[in-house]
Design a protein around this ligand. Structure first.
Ligand code: SME
Length: 154
């Protein structure tokens, strides 16, 4: 089980004094990817107009454009609710990027009251993400969004 409290402290130390949005997002993704086990893809999709566009990530090259409401990412963005998907094949409209992915979690990112994008994490194992992972990841994302308050995202 990931130590999300420790991860939060590490994220805060790494990002607290960094004004640049791109550098912060890239380091946030790298920190999470290396802290979580059994993950094959982890990255950000950025809200650009009315679609999500691929941002900093770790893993295989991925699909670049996702429409609001489409796939797991677009559903999280449209509903503003974390999508925790134990079996991606059972999720209607799931968008395949890495065929190795079996389970997925997507957390909406909201800065200063505005949706700015989502954090997307894929695992090659079914049911990889527990309710505790969801709570921990939501906390770490809230911390990241808080650190970007007044500074913008990407
Ligand atoms: N599976 C996602 C697409 C993004 S990739 O997993 C990196 C979805 O259904 O939105």
């Amino acid at each position: 089980m990931t130590d999300y409290k420790l991860l939060g402290s590490q994220a805060e130390a790494l990002l607290r004094d960094e004004p640049d949005g791109l550098a912060s997002a890239a380091n946030f993704v790298a920190l999470l990817y290396n802290a979580l086990d059994d993950v094959n893809w982890l990255g950000l999709y950025v809200l650009r107009g009315d679609e999500l566009v691929l941002g900093p990530f770790q893993g295989q090259p991925a699909c670049v454009h996702i429409a609001m409401g489409k796939g797991v990412c677009g559903t999280a963005a449209a509903t503003l609710e974390t999508q925790r998907v134990p079996d991606v094949h059972a999720f209607p409209g799931h968008i395949v990027c890495d065929a190795a992915s079996r389970s997925e979690i997507v957390v909406p990112l909201v800065i200063d009251g505005d949706l700015v994008g989502v954090l997307d994490i894929d695992s090659p194992s079914p049911d990889r993400f527990s309710p505790e992972d969801q709570a921990g990841l939501e906390q770490v994302c809230a911390l990241f969004c808080g650190l970007r308050s007044g500074r913008g995202f990407l």
